[in-house]
Design a protein around this ligand. Structure first.
Ligand SMILES: [Zn+2]
Length: 143
């Protein structure tokens, strides 16, 4: 069976490892792939920035306690976040420097990334740096 061009589907003649019938088809194929990839990255970045913006705006309000419904109503997309942590058995989800603490009930609390009283050295980025310098040993998981 003759191989077909990945772009146009025409049969390929010549070397057996060829994937495209012409350079034009190869370029067209890669442009389509890169276009899709770039569009996907732009889409996810947009979603993350929008979520961050919503949390930043809401955290300016006097009360940062909301219901899940209110957050959704503001346009928050629950599928997109940059980091998830478990803090005092509550799930914290961040979009860059703003996050939400998700309670057992319908309530969600908006939280800034650097909580008051949190030492700078506890920041994961700083921990990685400290580890690299041999100043920090990650906790071993208990058996
Ligand atoms: Zn082709």
């Amino acid at each position: 069976m003759r191989k077909k061009c990945l772009d146009c589907g025409d049969p390929i003649s010549g070397r057996t490892d060829k994937k495209f019938c012409t350079d034009m088809c190869r370029n067209a194929y890669h442009n389509k792939y890169n276009g899709y990839r770039n569009a996907m990255i732009r889409y996810v970045n947009h979603k993350l920035r929008k979520n961050r913006h919503i949390l930043a705006e809401l955290s300016k309000a006097k009360t940062t306690e909301l219901t899940r419904e209110e957050l959704s109503f503001n346009g928050y997309d629950w599928q997109y976040f940059t980091e998830e942590r478990l803090q005092n058995s509550l799930v914290n989800r961040f979009c860059y420097d703003y996050g939400i603490e998700i309670g057992d009930d319908e309530l969600v609390r908006v939280i800034p990334r650097a909580l008051k009283g949190t030492r700078k050295s506890h920041d994961p980025v700083n921990l990685v740096a400290a580890e690299a310098m041999g100043k920090y040993e990650p906790a071993k998981a208990a058996d």
